[in-house]
Design a protein around this ligand. Structure first.
Ligand code: CA
Length: 289
């Protein structure tokens, strides 16, 4: 393990008082109040067995992140705006931009340790996103954060829509899930679910903080919980993801499904953290400063 690698390991941060409780699963009427607090609701210990990671871009570059960028303009580490520290990531997609070896209309980077969450594992993720005030109103959603699955390509499986994605159109912010128990999918025909639809328009020009807890299980053991700016957004129990030999990886940036859109899009991301436990992803943003 290199010193640089070790520096990316998240510090174990003090748990927010009363936020490390041992409550029952959220979703029932008696647990709703506790479950609205990030990290509460118990079961916070995950199972991925992975090293925790921080992705605050404080190296001043995409240190360790896998880049899927069309050019220098597509992804930059900038000093303003930042959520915390001295740097944050800025992504820009221009009409026709194709990013990364697999193609697609994207400007994205994926998990700093190239981490793939194994099927069945549980992980916590946090990150912050700012949408510029001049973001245009679009007739379709752009994926601004996604968790992408690894198809069993050797067995003939095809690429499929992300099992979890945050989408934004300019007037609407929503979160979608997708799942299938089929071992080899020869078509992108999993079941889609809508996990969240933000009430009203999301405020542009300010940072928004997300926390996600996900248990990647295409069967009944799946979990998606999320908080947006400290408020409960998602409490889902049920299938999430696909029946794959490998798991899913986290991506941030911009991805749009159609080429013909002429609008240039810009988005800012910062403070990515991933861990087995809620406490380690530090729900108090900027706590490491
Ligand atoms: Ca599969």
């Amino acid at each position: 393990m290199t010193a640089g690698f070790q520096r990316t390991l998240v510090l174990v941060l003090t748990c927010v008082a009363a936020a490390c409780g041992d409550g029952s699963s959220p979703g029932t009427s008696t647990d709703d109040a506790a479950a609205d607090t990030v990290c509460d609701g118990g079961e916070s210990r995950g199972s991925s067995g992975s090293p925790a990671a921080t992705g605050g871009f404080e190296a001043g570059r995409f240190d360790g992140w896998m880049e899927e960028l069309a050019g220098p303009h597509s992804g930059q580490v900038v000093t303003s705006p930042v959520r915390c520290g001295g740097y944050a990531a800025r992504f820009e997609w221009r009409a026709g931009d194709v990013g990364g070896p697999v193609g697609g209309y994207r400007a994205e980077v994926h998990d700093i340790l190239n981490y793939i969450a194994p099927a069945g594992s549980e992980n916590w993720y946090s990150f912050s996103t700012m949408i510029p005030e001049d973001w245009p109103d679009l007739d379709a959603g752009v994926v601004i954060t996604q968790w992408h699955a690894t198809p069993d390509l050797a067995d003939g499986e095809v690429w499929r829509s992300p099992p979890l994605a945050i989408r934004y159109s300019g007037t609407r912010l929503w979160v979608t899930g997708r799942h299938s128990a089929e071992k080899i999918q020869t078509a992108n025909d999993g079941t889609s679910i809508e996990l969240y639809d933000h009430p009203g328009e999301l405020t542009k020009g300010v940072w928004h903080d997300w926390v996600f807890r996900v248990r990647w299980d295409h069967g009944d053991g799946g979990i998606v919980e999320a908080w947006l700016d400290g408020e409960r957004a998602i409490s889902y129990r049920g299938p999430i993801g696909y029946n794959d030999d490998f798991g899913v990886w986290f991506k941030i940036g911009l991805y749009r499904g159609r080429e013909e859109h002429p609008e240039t899009l810009v988005i800012h991301h910062d403070e990515y953290r991933r861990s087995d436990t809620c406490e380690e992803i530090a729900p108090e943003v900027c706590a490491s400063e």
